[in-house]
Design a protein around this ligand. Structure first.
Ligand SMILES: [Cu+2]
Length: 182
């Protein structure tokens, strides 16, 4: 009996893990039906931030990571403190820095978004890093990202976006000269 149940549970978990988008939809429905889960008392508020020029870079099969880019303009001072995506096992806010003559990137704990100022996330600058990709990102498709913010009082806010997947930056996105360095 334990053996049979174990196999059934394993099959179910494999099935659901492979379908990231369906999983997100189900989780949202469960949360709504149950009135919230114990660990998240209330859904985070929608962040008051304008998002423009958003895109994610297409990958080739076997490529495990890529970048996502956009311009953010917050209506009130916010900090961008994290990112997640159903297509990425790990997603981080990164910055690029010259160290000597070499460009390095590293995770940032928080990216400041002063009120009414445009902050560009570009190849070669701040960016969102999608790693441990569960599938290739094909040009012309869409990818879902959720951005996590805190406001001046430390309260959590978030914003979920659909980004177009492209091989090059859209017109006006900036950062074009740095493409090859990423
Ligand atoms: Cu990076």
């Amino acid at each position: 009996m334990p053996s049979f149940l174990l196999h059934a549970a394993l099959a179910a978990s494999l099935c659901c893990a492979g379908s990231a988008f369906a999983h997100v939809t189900l989780a949202a429905a469960d949360t709504a039906a149950a009135g919230g889960t114990p660990q998240t008392s209330a859904p985070a508020r929608e962040a008051p931030v304008d998002v423009s020029h958003a895109w994610a870079r297409a990958t080739v099969p076997g490529q495990g990571g890529t970048g996502a880019f956009m311009t953010l303009q917050a209506a009130t001072a916010l900090k961008l403190v994290g990112v997640s995506s159903p297509v990425a096992g790990v997603a981080q806010v990164h910055e690029m820095k010259m160290e000597g003559s070499t460009m390095h990137m590293r995770e940032m704990a928080a990216l400041e978004l002063p009120a009414h100022q445009s902050v560009a996330l570009t190849p070669g600058g701040y960016h969102l890093m999608l790693m441990d990709l569960k599938q290739p990102l094909a040009a012309g498709s869409q990818v879902t990202l959720t951005l996590y913010f805190t406001d001046a009082k430390g309260a959590p806010l978030q914003r979920t976006l659909q980004l177009p997947v492209r091989t090059t930056a859209p017109d006006g996105a900036g950062g074009g000269a740095m493409h090859r360095s990423h």
